[in-house]
Design a protein around this ligand. Structure first.
Ligand SMILES: Cc1cc2nc3c(=O)[nH]c(=O)nc-3n(C[C@H](O)[C@H](O)[C@H](O)COP(=O)(O)O)c2cc1C
Length: 698
């Protein structure tokens, strides 16, 4: 084995900053067993190094907030807050600047080729563009490399590798081997913007379920229900805001947890039509919390969920809202013949907001994932035709078993969304996120808030599954509150309501990632599920040993879903298929990153903007990958997902660099793949992956 590298080039000089995790309070070395008991990765002592000193936390950039800045630190002045109009004007000016050549002209090299002439939002000054364009990046244009014409032409950061302008301008062949699907068509987007999209199947389904509000204003329905509802005056208890604003409002783009929305370059390239919607028209929501017999009988009808304002379920509510009647179970509510989806024993890459983007999923597919799922998309944003939300539904041709994940709080929104997706996209299943813990989602009554509202869950699943033939899956947590698991009592119903599959993440919303997933509970739930419902377990899988254990301990599990394990080591899929612990080299890991970058440039573009978007998402991913500890460095294998890596040297400089938890080092890795970062570049990871107990949406 190679000696640990002592010299680490430009890495910060390692200096001791207190107790090294591998030693106890007396400075004596801890045994591997002691380290494991403390959830510290037992790295062989010869590789250990003292933790490097980092700048102080005074600027908010301590260990818990890794942040890299490429330029000199900013002055202490508070940044001036710009108005929307100002920002729009600046964006327009930027587009017109020489930096942003008209995409049509870039593609053809001909300044007369743009049909918008001087009305075009982009610059037509080819000479000025060429003067300022930085030198090409190293490597080959990803499109040319894939045997395709480059759609970015002169704007491509690898344009020197285009054989000739004509080749790069040629129309893409219709027989591409690698392509993307599920883009939003312009005419559909316009209809959605105007709220004129016809969605007859969901309408019919909602009517059948008694959830249609035609000829009745939402307010009227509320008034009627409120007047019959003995407890309605109590709704202020739950929402803390009184009942005045009881018109439901689902999330819009402003609320979207994904602050950095993926750009759909295909939609925005040289499009003279505005790419953001006009002021969104409110979707009409059906807000009846279903008037079920059981609720009526028990007088537990509540309206607080329909409130516009913040909603936090109370423990009492969570326990009283769980009432199913035998009638529910025997009702034949899904007359359609469902398409089948067989997930048994398939390796399923979990939906992962931000990081589970299409290029990452391609990487996982190439390493053995069988099933992939898009990042969570908000139903209301899809229904409003938002390009950035639709980008989350994109599917690559290599994703042969592919689903999309949506989130919504009301049956009408969800039913309309699934119909729209079914009509416009090619997907094998649609997953409804009923486990998302993040406040923005829960406060609107969606995500894991639904775990406290079984009647709403029922209405959503029935409405969605009865609207489309595409299988409907749901993803849940064990429950909302810690110690109050509830999926065991709902699992049979989820099948009867029309769900084809349910994934159980073995943690409650309250506990987030603070404890290990409760697999015993997952097994109990799986044992209670009807045969028609596929149950998937999820939580902490990080090696083929974990996988085998769950599969053999609980044969009634259809399969398991893998989330952070794939982020830290996407080759986990290979390991499971080949039943081995792969002591992957840093060079092999770099090659995986190179693949990601190539896929990223194909997806986000090989022009300046595409390169920087690819870098951004690469950095988000790198904010997870450093937590992987190479097999050859561990005293005990396999590594567990909850182990914290101590500070250690790798077997070569690259491995050491890849083990760094410093954002500046992730930026260095990105520079090895995508060239220097632009002036003033900053990066702070969205998920701050070194805070092990933070919220993530599942
Ligand atoms: C960065 C990140 C993003 C996530 N995004 C989603 C999401 O969009 N939808 C979802 O259902 N779960 C999401 N989750 C939760 C995971 O799918 C999974 O349920 C959870 O991480 C537990 O699995 P694990 O222990 O294998 O990581 C996310 C998790 C992480 C770490």
């Amino acid at each position: 084995m190679a000696e640990p590298t002592a010299e680490l080039g430009k890495l910060p000089a390692p200096e001791a900053t207190g107790e090294a995790p591998a030693s106890n309070a007396n400075g004596a070395h801890r045994t591997p067993e002691e380290l494991v008991a403390k959830a510290i990765a037992p790295v062989k002592s010869e590789f250990l190094r003292p933790p490097p000193v980092r700048p102080s936390c005074s600027s908010g950039q301590g260990e818990d907030a890794p942040e890299a800045k490429a330029s000199a630190p900013q002055s202490g002045l508070v940044k001036e807050k710009k108005s929307k109009r100002q920002l729009k004007r600046e964006r327009q000016q930027e587009k017109k600047s020489a930096l942003n050549l008209c995409p049509e002209i870039a593609k053809t090299g001909d300044i007369s080729s743009c049909r918008y002439k001087d009305k075009c939002r982009f610059s037509h000054d080819l000479e000025a563009f060429n003067t300022q364009k930085p030198a090409d990046l190293e490597g080959e244009c990803p499109f040319i490399g894939a045997g395709e014409p480059c759609p970015f032409g002169l704007a491509c950061r690898f344009s020197g590798t285009h054989k000739d302008a004509a080749a790069s301008a040629a129309t893409p062949s219709s027989h591409k081997k690698s392509f993307e699907m599920n883009s939003l068509k312009k005419d559909v987007q316009r209809l959605l913007w105007k709220n004129k999209m016809r969605l007859p199947k969901s309408e019919a389904r909602l009517k059948t379920l008694g959830l249609s509000v035609h000829n009745k204003s939402v307010k009227k329905i509320l008034e009627e229900v409120e007047s019959k509802e003995p407890d309605s005056k109590d709704c202020s208890v739950a929402n803390g805001n009184g009942c005045k604003d009881a018109v439901p409002s689902e999330m819009t783009s402003k609320d979207h947890p994904q602050e950095v929305a993926e750009e759909d370059s295909a939609v925005t390239v040289n499009d003279a039509v505005a790419d953001e919607p006009p002021p969104p028209k409110k979707q009409k929501n059906v807000l009846e919390e279903e008037n079920s017999t059981s609720e009526a009988k028990n007088g537990t009808h509540t309206l607080q969920s329909a409130s516009k304002e913040s909603y936090t379920p109370t423990e009492q509510e969570a326990s009283t809202d769980n009432l199913m009647t035998e009638n529910d179970r025997s009702l034949k509510l899904h007359p359609r013949e469902k398409k089948l989806i067989d997930l048994r024993d398939k390796l399923y890459l979990a939906p992962l907001t931000t990081v589970g983007n299409l290029p990452f999923r391609r990487v996982c597919k190439s390493l053995g994932a069988d099933v992939t799922c898009g990042e969570m998309a908000m139903g209301t944003n899809l229904l409003q035709g938002q390009a950035s939300e639709w980008a989350l539904l994109r599917r690559h041709s290599s994703e042969d078993i592919f689903g999309v994940q949506i989130c919504g709080a009301y049956p009408d929104t969800v039913a309309r969304t699934v119909e729209l997706i079914d009509q416009e996209c090619t997907v094998d299943f649609i997953d409804i996120n009923m486990g998302c813990p993040i406040d923005l989602v829960v406060n609107k009554g969606a995500g894991s808030a639904l775990l406290t509202k079984p009647m709403r869950m029922k209405a959503i699943i029935e409405a969605a599954s009865g609207t489309v033939d595409t299988p409907i899956a749901v993803k849940v947590r064990t429950g909302y509150f810690e110690g109050k698991n509830r999926i065991d009592s709902l699992i049979a119903d989820i099948g009867y309501w029309g769900g084809s599959a349910v994934t159980i993440h073995g943690r409650s919303r309250q506990q987030r990632y603070s404890k290990l997933a409760d697999w015993d509970y997952i097994y109990q739930c799986a044992a209670r599920a009807p045969d028609s419902l596929q149950v998937l377990g999820n939580g902490d899988i990080f090696s083929y040993v974990d996988w085998n254990k769950h599969k053999s301990d609980c044969p009634s599990l259809s399969t398991c879903m893998i989330a952070r394990g794939a982020l830290l080591k996407p080759w986990l899929f290979t390991e499971i298929k080949e039943q081995r612990h792969w002591d992957i080299t840093s060079g092999e890991r770099l090659n995986i990153l190179k693949d990601y970058v190539r896929f990223g440039l194909e997806h986000w573009g090989s022009d300046k903007k595409g390169v920087e978007t690819t870098r951004h998402f690469l950095l988000e991913w790198l904010s997870y990958t450093f937590r992987y500890v190479p097999v050859g460095l561990l005293e005990v294998i396999p590594q567990q997902l909850n182990w914290r890596p101590p500070s250690y040297y790798g077997r070569n400089d690259l491995e050491t660099l890849m083990a760094s938890d410093s954002a500046a080092d992730w930026v260095r890795i990105s520079e090895m793949l995508l060239g220097k970062v632009p002036d003033g570049f900053t990066f702070a990871p969205k998920h701050k992956s070194n805070a092990y107990d933070r919220a993530e949406n599942g």
